[in-house]
Write a protein that binds this ligand. Structure first.
Ligand code: PLP
Length: 413
């Protein structure tokens, strides 16, 4: 039995038969065995140019040598925290993240994933305000644990999980008026992605978050920015909200923060929001959160972002990528409805769902990975590493246009 067949059987019998089918027929019927930079290698040594970027995790690509070396060093010193002593690595990352986020964002809580950051933010918002309601947006994706799911906006993932968290309400994305109308005396916070990732790379109007900030401040509710996918430089600024120059009361980070090496999430908040921790430092805790290994990966990631000027790279190459995709759209209006995004957070909306899977499958044949967004399968998402080069984007554009041309011939009436 080949290694791939054995893994497939183990998936079918011990992970999920339907996940087995999904992976088998998506075009990527192979095992990932190693990875380096923007490439993933399968068991036969095939090289795939990774444009899905682990849904935003691999901002530095795979196994960036500086992060690997920092993490190896930390393993030899002390990778896990005892909770008994001061942890200098966590302290340093907290300071650096606060500085990067800027404004009054000063205090950090570390956890191990995006959804945990969202869960913590919901709790802290309620504790800090003494109010209950959390407003979020339709089509949002904030994770799949119960609190995060409650503020997410896709019914399919919620069905059968009731009762979800009471005191949650969803308004349309990019609708400041709806926010203003929905806030009442019970509202604690508004949680929102600066660009909806899984919702289909939805970019709001330029002044949406300026209005949001004002409404939240006027009405005395907290504004929580879920930058788990859009943060860490992906859009050409450290935070996507930096494009409109406003600061939220809480920022949530995860995915890219661990540089593709270690799982880590973070909540960064203002002093006002942090009052519950002043009263009781153990009001919210995590056994693994803030461990030295993950924090060291975070510190190395921040260093590499700066040293290699990667945020600027995301900005410049994002424009290049988007303009190439827009040109392709102009030649294939029957298949492509829209191209949108900022920096290297890019979505291509196809005219009908049937095109997305077909194009991804065809691109897989030319050894390029791309994925659709979870809440909108019409949208193919490109989130390559910020270290990607122009020539590599050219290869993606060429393969994409070939796939679109084939899809047009095969599926258009
Ligand atoms: N928030 C956003 C904006 C996300 O894109 C995601 C994951 O895709 C999450 C939260 C949940 O993160 P995790 O999968 O690490 O729990």
């Amino acid at each position: 039995m080949s290694s791939l067949s054995l893994t497939e059987t183990r998936y079918k019998e011990h992970i999920s038969p339907s996940m087995t089918r999904l992976l088998k027929f998506s075009g990527f019927y192979a095992e990932e065995v190693s990875a380096n930079g923007v490439y993933i290698y399968d068991e036969k040594g095939n090289e795939y140019l990774d444009c899905s970027g682990g849904y935003g995790v691999f901002i530095l690509g795979h196994r960036h040598p500086e992060v690997v070396s920092a993490v190896k060093d930390q393993i030899d010193k002390m990778p896990m925290l005892s909770h008994v002593f001061f942890n200098p690595v966590q302290a340093e990352l907290a300071e650096k993240l606060a500085n990067k986020c800027g404004g009054d964002l000063q205090y950090c809580f570390f956890c191990n994933s995006g959804t945990e950051a969202v869960e913590g933010a919901i709790k802290i918002a309620r504790l800090a305000t003494g109010k209950t309601t959390i407003i979020s947006t339709k089509n949002a994706f904030h994770g799949k644990t119960m609190g995060s799911l409650s503020v997410s906006g896709r019914e399919m993932y919620k069905k059968g999980c009731d009762p979800l968290l009471p005191g949650t309400v969803q308004i349309p994305y990019n609708d400041a008026e709806a926010l203003e109308k929905t806030i009442d005396e019970h509202t604690a916070a508004f949680i929102c992605e600066p660009i909806q990732g899984e919702g289909g790379i939805n970019v709001p109007d330029e002044d949406f978050f300026i209005k949001v900030k004002k409404i939240c401040a006027d009405k005395g509710i907290l504004f929580v920015a879920d930058e788990i996918q859009s943060g860490m430089g992906r859009t050409g600024k450290f935070l996507a909200l930096d494009h409109c120059g406003i600061k939220p009361d809480m920022v949530l980070l995860a995915k890219g923060l661990g540089g593709g090496i270690a799982p880590i999430g973070a909540i960064v908040a203002t002093k006002q929001v942090w009052q519950p921790f002043f009263k009781n430092p153990t009001i919210h805790t995590s056994t693994f959160g803030g461990n030295q290994l993950a924090c060291r990966a975070g510190l190395a990631t921040l260093e590499v972002l700066e040293k290699e000027n990667l945020i600027e790279n995301a900005n410049e190459l994002g424009k290049y990528f988007i303009s190439g995709l827009k040109e392709i759209k102009s030649r294939h209006e029957k298949v492509i409805a829209d191209v949108r995004g900022i920096g290297l957070m890019i979505g291509v909306e196809t005219v009908e769902e049937k095109y997305g899977g077909y194009i991804i499958y065809e691109m897989a044949k030319s050894k390029i990975t791309a994925v659709y967004t979870l809440n909108n399968q019409k949208v193919i998402r490109f989130e390559p590493a910020l270290i990607i080069k122009k020539e590599q984007i050219d290869r993606v554009l060429k393969s994409f246009e070939e796939a679109v041309t084939k899809a047009e011939k095969a599926l258009s009436k």
